[in-house]
Every structure is written in C-alpha cells, then in structure tokens.
Write a protein that binds this ligand. Structure first.
Ligand code: HEM
Ligand code: SF4
Length: 579
C-alpha cells in the first residue's frame, strides 16, 4: 500500500508553512511521522471506498459507517465534511488551507461550530478524498468527528494566554487526544462521547454540559489536578454533569477517566439510542451509585500502568510553550490614545478583549457574528485575511471558540488599533462579544435533516433588531442560543435566553427558555411558556430584554443576575400577561 504523502492539486510548493508564516506556531501540536503516515493511509482507504460508492458497488447504507468514520455526514441538501480542529487550535498555514478548500470544493466559505471544529456544507462526494488529502498535508483530518467514540476534546479558547489560568489545558487535551484516538475499547461506545477541559475555575469551556468535564485546580500542597464531572449533556434530556471527585491528581488523570469510560462501556444502554448517553446512566443510577462503580473500577485497575509520567507531561508542555513574547511595559500609550480618539474602537476594546498573562499584551476575540450575519460563517477571503493578521499580530496562531468566534491570543496592546481597523475592513470588527447579537445558532432547517425549524434566519433577525451597538453595550452580557430541534446543537438549554424550534402542525414555532448558563454557575434554562411563531419570536426576545432593562437594579446587574434576583415571573408576565 502506498503510505507516502500524495501531493494534492495545490502542488508541493503550497504544502506546509509558506508565505511569511515562519515555523513558530508554538501553540499547535506537530504531528510526528507515524501520525502523518496514518492520516494519509486513511485518506487512501477512504478514496477507494468513495470510488466504490460512486460506481454503485456500495449502497448508501453500506457506505454510511465508512463515511461517518471520516467525518462525512449527509445533510438535507448535500454531504457535509466536519474537519477536526483539536482543542480549537489553528495556525495561519492551516487557516489558509481551509480557505483554499472552501474556495475550490465548497461555496467559498466554512462554518465554525460549537465544538471548535469547522464544517464544509456543500462538498461533492467525489471531491472529498482530495479535500482530505489537502487537509492531511497540513496535519489535519476528519477522523473521530463522528461515530460513537471520544470526539474532539474541547477547551478554553484563551488557553496558555489567560491571566487567570492554573494550567494550560491544551497539554491535557493533547494527552487525551493521543489516549483516545483509535483506542480500541473506546471506538464502539454506546454513544458519542465529549470531553471538555478548563484550565481555570472560570470555566470558559462549558465543562458541565459534557459527558466528562474537567476543571484544573491545585491541591493545598500545590499539586496540579482536576475536579472531575460526568454525565452532562443537552438534547432531549438535558443534565448538568455531577461531580465525581473534587481532586484527581495529574498522574492519575488517565486511569480515572479510563475507569469512567469502562463503567459507561459496561453499563451504558445500547438498545435505545435516546437512552445511550452517559448522562442517562448517571441519572438512572444516581450520582452516588455511579461514583461508587467508577471508584470500584478504579481501585481494581492496574493504575501504575496508566500513571502519567512527569516526563511525558513535560514533553507535551514544550509544544505549548508561550510564543517568543517581548518584555513590554504594561500600558501602551498608542492603545490609550486610540481609545480616546475613536469611540468605535473603544467600544470594541470593552467587549472583545481579555487580559493576557504577559504585560503589554491582550487577547482579542474576533466576533463571527456581524449584525445580520450567519453565526460562525467565514468566507475563504476572510480566512486568508485572518491568517495574514494572525501572522502579523499573533505569532501565526488562531483559536476557535465554542461560542463560534475566533481568537488571536497574543496581541501587543500597541497593535490592537491597527488590528481592529483591519478586522473592520473585512467585516469582522463587530464589538459584540458576549452581547445580545453574539448568538450561537445551529444550522437548523437551512441544512439539517433533523430540524423542525430554521435557526439561522431567527438569529439574523434578532441580531438586526438589536443592531445598535450602543444599545447592545447598554444591555450588557446576554447570551442567546438557538437550536432548530430538541437535539440542542445550538445549546439553547444553557442560553440566558434559549430558543428552541418546534414543529406545530407543520409550522415553525419557537419556545423561549430563560436562565440557562454554561459558565462556572452552570444552570439549565426553563421553558417560559407557550411558543411563538416565526414572526413573533423576535418580538418576544425584545419583550424579555425590555423587561430586563426596566427592572434591573442598574447597568452593572447582568440579565442573568436580574433573573436570579427576581425569578422568572416578571418576564413571563411581560410575555404572556398576568397569570
Ligand atoms: C447536519 C448537521 C447536524 C446534525 C444532523 C446533528 C445531529 C445532532 C444530534 C442527533 C444530536 C443529539 C445527540 C444526542 O443527544 O445524543 C446533536 C447534538 C449536538 N450537536 Fe449536532 N448536528 C448537526 C450539526 C451540528 C453543528 C453545526 C453543531 C455546532 C455548531 C453541532 C453541535 C452539537 C452539539 C454541541 C450537540 C449537543 C451534544 C451534547 O448533548 O453534548 N451539531 N447533533
Ligand atoms: S439542533 Fe437539531 S436542527 Fe439544529 S443542527 Fe442539531 S439536529 Fe439539526
């Protein structure tokens, strides 16, 4: 069999780092030769399978498990390719390649998802092997983006840069990637399995909505470890993960996770797809009994074999060293002056920046939610421009957030103004991160075969209704999340305002949910009352927001805090009248 890398149509000149992107992307794990060979081999196997499908030698049913193993779904109108972006880390080389793939084999764009991945919505099946070859050349693939296995481990998009971080979660996400990829015991779990890691108790990774959630912490002695949660998930039966242990020390992490997976593999239901997730098992057994089973399994295991050696952790840590930052003064005169002279820039600095651990630097979030835009969509031209900006301002590195935005993690404060101007020029300078138009939306009826209702046009209409950025800043933090069906891909259960599309006698209807939260104070939203039709849902959201503005104790009280203080009654009354 031919294991050698195949040059794609892009030609060898375009493969690998090029342009002015030096090989300095400290934050991206480099594959070794074995990894590379495996990925190319997999593409060749799939190429043969696609050929057999196209010749009619395989039926769609026979082909389905083969394509799913390579991230190829069948949507409403076309196949879809889901590309893995391990823990959301990209570099400019990968971004440029995604742009080229979108331009050549899709409709000139890609869609960033809540699982820190990227989807191409319109590939022709015959082109997919070439797309996969083009990805493999830059160490990317679509393996384990589908199927009942451990999926892309997600994490905090500010990892390695945030001032409040305890450990860099990428190190552990990468360890889990290596442990879980192709692990035979975890290749046929009862259902798909999602793990999220937060390197700080701040939890920017929504850990409690995952099958396993980890939050980094330190013991009193200073030892690194994790608080371990399991059994979270959204969809038809939403649950927040329960805490199994306050502290699992770093060397024991793999053994403890393996114990959880073993219990799930053994007791998880395989007879009923709706009851197959670990959340149902934890719920049915109860947190105490589930924890007991895990602890029992853990005690039985040859734990020494799984112990994470400090050398291994250190070796992986070196891949995630900080890029060569310059020693800078904490404040930047150029930055302060730009804020004073340009109000629009000042507004962007309020919503889209986060403190960096190094003086003189900041973390910039690039909103993929321009007013009236499709959440998460980026054109190929924008991807190229973003790669250029990453090279110029952030060591060639980019991250994807689970809220469908992008991040440049290491920007000099001096460079923030030119960066924002360049973002404005490509339509990506919107100052709305965390605000009412920073909406998460699933693909809904525009793409998805399972949808009951459209999600994308609803998010566009809401974002247009609140187009005034001054007003958005006045409203403050408010997270709207929209799903087109009960599967909850748009995270509506953890939206401050969640919107769920339902089908009512063949018509699109939308339920409003209130009070969900994905952060450290995780909570599931509650349905407010009867649904609204397509035209009514935007008004209903506006009613909720206006009610909040009229009852909040002051501009510093966020929507979610007002809801906690006053309960849901004033909002329900505004929506449905007095009970
Ligand atoms: C053709 C498109 C898609 C289909 C057919 C699809 C299908 C599904 C289904 C059936 C579930 C429920 C799984 C369960 O409860 O076990 C689900 C959950 C989910 N999907 Fe999708 N999905 C699609 C697109 C997306 C996209 C674009 C995103 C991200 C933007 C996404 C993110 C998620 C997430 C985060 C969940 C929640 C999983 C959980 O409970 O942990 N999906 N999806
Ligand atoms: S929530 Fe439903 S409609 Fe939306 S992408 Fe998921 S399965 Fe499709």
């Amino acid at each position: 069999m031919n294991h050698m890398p195949q040059p794609s149509d892009f030609g060898p000149d375009n493969a690998g780092p090029r342009h002015n992107a030096p090989d300095r992307h400290a934050g991206v794990y480099r594959y070794d030769e074995l990894d590379k060979e495996f990925v190319f081999q997999r593409v060749e196997q799939f190429r043969a399978q696609v050929e057999r499908r196209l010749k009619g030698e395989l039926t769609e049913d026979e082909f389905k498990p083969l394509r799913l193993m390579n991230g190829v779904y069948l949507q409403l109108h076309a196949y879809m390719l889901r590309v893995a972006i391990p823990y959301g880390m990209l570099d400019s080389t990968k971004m440029r390649r995604l742009a080229e793939i979108g331009r050549k084999w899709d409709r000139g764009y890609g869609h960033f998802t809540t699982r820190q991945n990227l989807q191409f919505n319109w590939p022709a099946l015959v082109d997919v092997p070439e797309m996969l070859t083009a990805l493999a050349e830059v160490d990317m693939h679509a393996i384990q983006t589908s199927g009942n296995c451990i999926r892309n481990v997600t994490t905090d998009h500010f990892c390695g840069a945030a001032a409040d971080e305890i450990v860099d979660p990428r190190v552990y996400a990468e360890i889990l990637r290596q442990w879980s990829t192709l692990h035979p015991e975890f290749s046929f779990l009862p259902r798909k399995f999602k793990i999220a890691i937060s390197g700080t108790p701040q939890d920017r990774a929504a850990v409690r909505t995952h099958d396993i959630g980890l939050t980094a912490t330190r013991s009193e002695a200073g030892e690194v470890g994790f608080t371990v949660y399991a059994g979270g998930g959204q969809g038809r039966s939403p649950f927040l993960a329960v805490k199994l242990r306050d502290f699992v020390a770093e060397p024991e992490l793999l053994a403890y996770l393996e114990a959880i997976l073993r219990v799930y593999n053994q007791y998880g239901r395989r007879d009923n797809i709706y009851k197959a997730r670990i959340k149902i098992l934890v719920h049915e057994l109860g947190a105490e009994e589930f924890t007991r089973l895990v602890e029992e399994e853990y005690a039985r295991m040859p734990r020494a074999e799984y112990a994470l050696a400090p050398e291994v952790v250190e070796a992986i840590q070196t891949h995630f060293a900080l890029p060569p930052l310059t020693a800078l003064p904490a404040e930047s005169e150029a930055f302060d002056e730009a804020k004073r002279s340009d109000r629009a820039f000042a507004r962007w600095t309020k919503s889209n920046l986060h403190p960096h651990r190094a003086p003189g630097y900041a973390i910039a979030t690039i909103s993929l939610k321009p007013v009236g835009g499709i959440p998460g969509d980026v054109t190929s031209d924008q991807m190229d421009a973003l790669a250029e900006l990453a090279d110029r301002y952030s060591f060639g590195e980019l991250r994807v957030t689970h809220e469908q935005n992008l991040v440049l993690a290491h920007v000099r404060k001096d460079d923030l103004y030119p960066l924002w101007q360049a973002l404005e020029a490509i339509g990506l300078g919107t100052a709305n991160v965390g605000l009412v138009s920073d909406i998460i939306a699933c693909p809904g009826l525009d793409y998805c075969a399972l949808a009951n209702a459209r999600s994308i046009p609803v998010s566009q209409a809401i974002s247009e209704r609140f187009a005034d950025l001054d007003q958005q800043h006045d409203i403050g933090e408010l997270k709207i999340k929209i799903s087109g069906c009960i599967n909850a891909c748009g995270h509506h259960h953890v939206g401050h305002i969640g919107i769920l599309g339902v089908d009512k006698k063949g018509e699109e209807f939308y339920q409003i949910l209130l009070g969900g939260d994905a952060g450290p104070n995780a909570a599931l939203a509650e349905i407010a009352g009867p649904g609204f039709d397509y035209d009514g849902i935007v008004d209903a959201v506006e009613t909720v927001v206006k009610t909040y503005l009229s009852v909040r104790s002051g501009p510093q009280e966020r929507f979610i805090d007002t809801l906690a203080r006053l309960g849901h009654a004033p909002f329900k009354e505004a929506l449905y009248g007095a009970a």
